[in-house]
Write a protein that binds this ligand. Structure first.
Ligand SMILES: C[S@@+](CC[C@H](N)C(=O)[O-])C[C@H]1O[C@@H](n2cnc3c(N)ncnc32)[C@H](O)[C@@H]1O
Length: 487
C-alpha cells in the first residue's frame, strides 16, 4: 500500500512511535504504518486515519493506547521450535549445564521469552525442559513470557493452536504435548501450560529489570525476532536492560539475523556451530559448559545428536554493570561488588543487610538473599520495606503462602504501602482468588489517588504512580467477572 497521509505527519508519527513503543517505521514501511493506524481508527472512535494520527501525537500514549496500537502494528509471526539451531544449543549446552550445576544446591531456573507473541516460543522452552528434566516437579522453574500485544497474550494463555504453528516442528510434538480439539486445533497439555506465566511488558517502558515484575535474576533471555523492528537506539537500550536482568553467566539469545556485536556490546559473544549466543560475564568468569553426552531433544533417542563443543568465548568479558534494581538514596547507589565490601559494622547495618539481600536476589542467589533479608528484619523489625523484600524473595522461591504472610506484615506496619497491596493482588490472582485480588487492586487505585502520576513509588524500581494506575486498571479489567447468582 502506498501511503496517502502527508509525509511530515507520517514522519512525526514514526518518530513518536519509536520513542513510545520502540517500533521502527522507516519511510519504506510508511504504508504498513498507515494501514495499522487506519485499522486502529474504530478502536479509538475517531473519524479517519489522519485525525487518528494527529490525536495520537497530541499526548504520550496511555497503556490502553499502546495496547491498541500494538495489536495493529506489531508483527506476531512465530511457530514452535523456530530457529532450531539456537534451540538445540539452548537445550543441549546451556540448559543442560545449568541443570547439572544446580542439581546439588538450589534447584532453580529462570527463563524469559521476551516478545513472546502467541506463546509458541515459551511453550517450546517448557517442552525442552520437560524432556531434559524427569524430576521437573523438584525444581523451581520460572518461564516468564511477555509481550505488549494483549491479543497475543490472551491467545498464548489459552494455548490452542492451528496447523500453521507447527510448520517446522518435530513430528512427535503434537502427539506428545497436545490434545486435538473438536474443531481440529491443538491444545497444549495443561501441565506444560502451567509452566509458563504470560504478562504484559512494553520494552519502551523502563520498568525492567525489576523484582516487582519478576524480570530480574534471569538465567536465559530469549528475545528473538523482536529487536529487528526497533530503532538501533532503542534496541541498544533494551539490550542494556536485558544485561542487567541476567545473572552473572546468564545468556541472551537473539535470532541469527539480529546478531550484532555493537548492539550487544556489554555481552560476550559465544560462537557455536551455526549460532552466536550472548553471555553476561560481569566478573564471575565463564564456567566451561559440559560437552559430554547431550540428550537429544529432537528425536527422543538419548544418543542421536552429536555432542557439541564446549563454549569458547570470542571476546574478553565486558565490564560489569550494576545490577541493583533501583538506586535508592545514599549508600544504596553502590554496585553489587561494592555492596559485598561494605562491612556491616561500618555502614548502617540495616541498610547494608537489605542492600545485600536485594543484590543477592538480583543475582538469583535466593537462599543468601533470604539470610540477608532476615538479618535486615532482625535489625529493624518495624521497617515494612524489609517485609516486602522478604515477600518478593519468597515469591521467587515459589513459597506463595509465606510470601502473603510477609506482605500482610508489611501492611500491618504501613497500611498505605502501595506495592504490598499490588503484590497481594498479583499473588491472589495467580492462585485464582479473584475476589481478593480485586480487593487489593482496588486498594492500590484508592491509595494512588494521593500520589501525582509522575511520582516514583517507593520500592517500585522506577515505576511511577500513573503507570501503576494503568497497569492495575488493566489487570482489573482482565479479571474474570463474578458470576451473578441466579434467582
Ligand atoms: C515476530 S514476533 C517474535 C515472536 C517470538 N519471539 C519468535 O521469535 O518466534 C515479535 C513480537 O515482539 C512483540 N513486540 C514488539 N514490540 C514490542 C514492545 N515494544 N514491547 C513488547 N513486545 C513487543 C510483538 O508484539 C510480537 O509479538
Amino acid at each position: 500500500m502506498r501511503p496517502t497521509l502527508p509525509h511530515p505527519l507520517l514522519s512525526r508519527l514514526s518518530e513518536f512511535l519509536a520513542a513510545q513503543t520502540g517500533l521502527h517505521f522507516p519511510e519504506e514501511r510508511w504504508g504498513d504504518l498507515e494501514r495499522g493506524i487506519a485499522a486502529a481508527v474504530p478502536d479509538f472512535d475517531l473519524a479517519d486515519a489522519e485525525s487518528c494520527a494527529r490525536w495520537l501525537l497530541s499526548a504520550p500514549l496511555t497503556r490502553h493506547m499502546s495496547e491498541v496500537l500494538a495489536s495493529h502494528l506489531s508483527i506476531g509471526e512465530t511457530y514452535f521450535f523456530r530457529e532450531k539451531q539456537s534451540l538445540e544449543i539452548l537445550g543441549e549446552q546451556v540448559l543442560l549445564q545449568l541443570l547439572q550445576s544446580r542439581r546439588q544446591n538450589e534447584r532453580r531456573l529462570r527463563i524469559w521469552s521476551a516478545g513472546c507473541s502467541t506463546g509458541e516460543e515459551a511453550y517450546t522452552i517448557a517442552i525442552l525442559l520437560d524432556r531434559l528434566l524427569p524430576a521437573l516437579k523438584e525444581w523451581n522453574i520460572t518461564i516468564l513470557a511477555t509481550d505488549f500485544n494483549p491479543k497475543f497474550l490472551r491467545k498464548a494463555a489459552q494455548g490452542v493452536y492451528g496447523e500453521w504453528s507447527f510448520r517446522d516442528a518435530p513430528g512427535w510434538l503434537r502427539e506428545r504435548y497436545f490434545n486435538k480439539s473438536s474443531d481440529g486445533r491443538f491444545e497444549i497439555h495443561p501441565r506444560i501450560r502451567k509452566m509458563v506465566t504470560f504478562s504484559y511488558l512494553n520494552f519502551a517502558d523502563d520498568v525492567y529489570p525489576s523484582l516487582s515484575n519478576n524480570t530480574s535474576a534471569m538465567d536465559v533471555i530469549l528475545c528473538r525476532n523482536v529487536l529487528m523492528y526497533f530503532t538501533a537506539q532503542r534496541a541498544k537500550q533494551v539490550a542494556g536492560n536485558f544485561y542487567r536482568a541476567l545473572v552473572d553467566g546468564g545468556w541472551l539469545i537473539v535470532s541469527p539475523t539480529e546478531v550484532s556485536h555493537s548492539l550487544f556490546s556489554p555481552f560476550t559473544p559465544v560462537e557455536f556451530p551455526g549460532a552466536v549466543l550472548y553471555r553476561k560475564m560481569a566478573g564471575a568468569g565463564s564456567q566451561p559448559l559440559v560437552s559430554g553426552h547431550p540428550v537429544s531433544l529432537w528425536c527422543g533417542e538419548a544418543d542421536a545428536a552429536p555432542p557439541m563443543p564446549p563454549v569458547v568465548p570470542t571476546e574478553p568479558p565486558a565490564a560489569a554493570l550494576s545490577m541493583l534494581p533501583h538506586p535508592a538514596p545514599s549508600a544504596a547507589n553502590l554496585s553489587d561488588a561494592q555492596a559485598d565490601q561494605v562491612p556491616a559494622h561500618q555502614a548502617d547495618e540495616r541498610e547494608a543487610s537489605s542492600r545485600l539481600a536485594r543484590s543477592r536476589a538480583n543475582q538469583g542467589r535466593l537462599s543468601e538473599a533470604l539470610e540477608w533479608c532476615e538479618k535486615a528484619i532482625a535489625a529493624d523489625k518495624l521497617n515494612p520495606a524489609h517485609q516486602y523484600l522478604l515477600a518478593t524473595i519468597l515469591q521467587e522461591q515459589g513459597r506463595h503462602d509465606i510470601a502473603i504472610q510477609s506482605l500482610m506484615r508489611a501492611l500491618y506496619l504501613d497500611p498505605d504501602f502501595v506495592l504490598a497491596h499490588f503484590s497481594l493482588g498479583n499473588l491472589h490472582q495467580s492462585q485464582g482468588r479473584y475476589r481478593q485480588a480485586q480487593r487489593y487492586f482496588g486498594n492500590v487505585l484508592v491509595l494512588l489517588r494521593k500520589h501525582p502520576p509522575d511520582e516514583i513509588l517507593p520500592e517500585a524500581d522506577g515505576l511511577t504512580a500513573g503507570r501503576l494506575v494503568e497497569i492495575v486498571t488493566s489487570l482489573l479489567e482482565s479479571l474474570p467477572q463474578p458470576v451473578a447468582a441466579s434467582a
